[in-house]
Design a protein around this ligand. Structure first.
Ligand code: PMP
Length: 437
């Protein structure tokens, strides 16, 4: 594999960006990528280099999938309005989407981003319960609006966390405090303590909001029973369970269509976004008629762009492709192939401490010592940048930024997986030779 060539304009794009977008924006990689085209699992840069995309879950059914592109084109040249007029698309989509849930979850409210979907979920939960308290996991991320910032413990400094927010340890069975068979129960006990803590402050709990694959905390697949126990606990004090499916949803986990389905229970509200429109901004808050009643008694809901005919055409087309191309099964099969290949690599590379996740949402936890599970942050950065230089796009996450996040478009094939496994083997060998930990 030859390394990718260098783009001559890049320096000027980087400085224009800094000037025009300001200092809050960040780029991926030591050597940023300038992309001009996408196709399936491939991204192409300004010099014509091809990159295998193993990071982006937004182009869920593949970059520029022709079925989605055609559906968007057809609707945008016909009509685009909003949800204050009658239109079939929003109803057809709501019907197809709610059919992916148990009968109880029968209402879909549309927006454009995961942040809006979570913000709406919190407003509905507060109106329904009369409480304000929100419980979240440590190092969680739920969006970029102010209300989401306040519950995104990955971002908000400790001293800015409001009184109505309380965080609990992520149920991490690899590096966390509880690792045994009873981990689900042990971690759920923190939720009971968080409820007590909120109540001691005079705050009535409104909801437990959880990304069901607990991605920002390091793709921590919740131990069996954890989510259901958490739901029982929050229900016992009149609060709601909000499943944030922005990342795990739409079949990505392979075994289930939604992340929360690893346990048998029904969430009160489910939020989703990123993959819904394959890059077209589309998000939703799915709940039950009874739960949204108090919220609707206070006023109407309107989102100018959310659920418009074009967005819903994209949403419908994405569901078509997931179903017609059997992508949930593909995620399960190719994901298992990746896990098997990574497990073989772990026999040769001591730095692979843990491989977790399922379907096409996997984590490789790099450690400098398998006994102590000491995070290998520098190595993770070296791997991410090394893969980028060899034409594979990934990213790193977690409180120690030592976890390789693998979350490719769902059309990722066994052949793509083998290519990745070959290159990551090379990158790890070169990092080990250089003594990077
Ligand atoms: N929830 C989770 C779990 C997310 O990962 C994200 C985005 N990274 C959001 C919510 C917010 O979504 P958006 O960026 O579309 O507002």
């Amino acid at each position: 594999m030859t390394e990718v060539t260098q783009d001559s304009d890049k320096g000027s794009l980087i400085s224009r960006r800094k000037e025009l977008l300001g200092p809050a924006y960040r780029l991926f990689y030591d050597n940023p990528v300038h992309l001009v085209k996408g196709e399936g699992v491939w991204l192409i840069d300004a010099d014509g280099n091809r990159y295998l995309d193993m990071y982006n879950n937004v182009p869920h059914v593949g970059h520029c999938h022709p079925h989605v592109v055609r559906a968007l084109q057809k609707q945008i040249e016909t009509l685009n309005t909003h949800t204050r007029y009658l239109h079939d698309n929003v109803l057809d989509y709501a019907e197809r989407l709610t059919a992916k849930f148990p009968n109880e979850l029968n209402v879909a409210m549309f927006s454009c981003t995961g942040s809006e979907a979570n913000e709406l979920a919190m407003r509905i939960a507060r109106a329904h319960t009369g409480g304000t308290g929100i419980i979240v996991c440590e190092f969680s991320y739920h969006g970029n609006t102010h209300a989401n910032y306040q519950i995104s413990t990955e971002d908000i400094p400790e001293d800015e966390i409001p009184d109505f927010v309380h965080s609990v340890p992520a149920p991490d069975t690899y590096r966390g405090e509880h690792r045994g068979d009873d981990a689900g129960e042990q971690y759920a006990a923190y939720i009971a303590a968080a409820i007590d803590e909120l109540q001691n402050r005079g705050v009535k709990p409104a909801a437990f909001v959880v990304d069901t694959i607990i991605s920002s905390s390091g793709i921590v697949s919740p131990p069996p029973g954890y989510l259901k126990k958490a739901a029982d606990m929050i229900h016992a004090v009149g609060g709601l369970f909000v499943a944030d499916e922005v990342q795990p949803g739409f079949g990505r986990m392979g075994n289930n269509f939604w992340g929360y389905e690893i346990d048998e229970f029904i969430p009160d509200i489910v939020t989703m976004g990123k993959p819904m429109g394959n890059g077209h901004p589309l998000a939703a808050t799915v709940t039950q008629t009874a739960i949204v009643e108090r919220f609707s008694a206070k006023g109407s809901y309107f989102n100018t762009f959310g659920g418009n005919p074009v967005s819903c055409a994209a949403g419908l087309a994405v569901l078509d492709v997931i179903e017609n191309e059997n992508l949930q099964q593909n995620a399960l099969d190719v994901g298992q192939h990746l896990i098997d290949g990574l497990t073989d690599l772990a026999a040769r590379h001591e730095c692979i401490g843990d491989i977790r996740g399922s379907g096409l949402f996997l984590a490789v936890d790099f450690v400098s010592d398998r006994e102590t599970r000491q995070p290998a942050t520098e190595l993770a950065s070296r791997v991410v940048n090394g893969l980028r230089e060899r034409g594979i796009l990934t990213g790193s996450i977690g409180p120690h930024d030592n976890i390789l996040k693998l979350r490719p478009p769902m059309v990722f094939s066994t052949e793509n997986a083998d290519y990745f496994l070959e290159i990551v083997d090379e990158v790890l060998a070169s990092a080990e030779m250089a003594g990077v930990m």
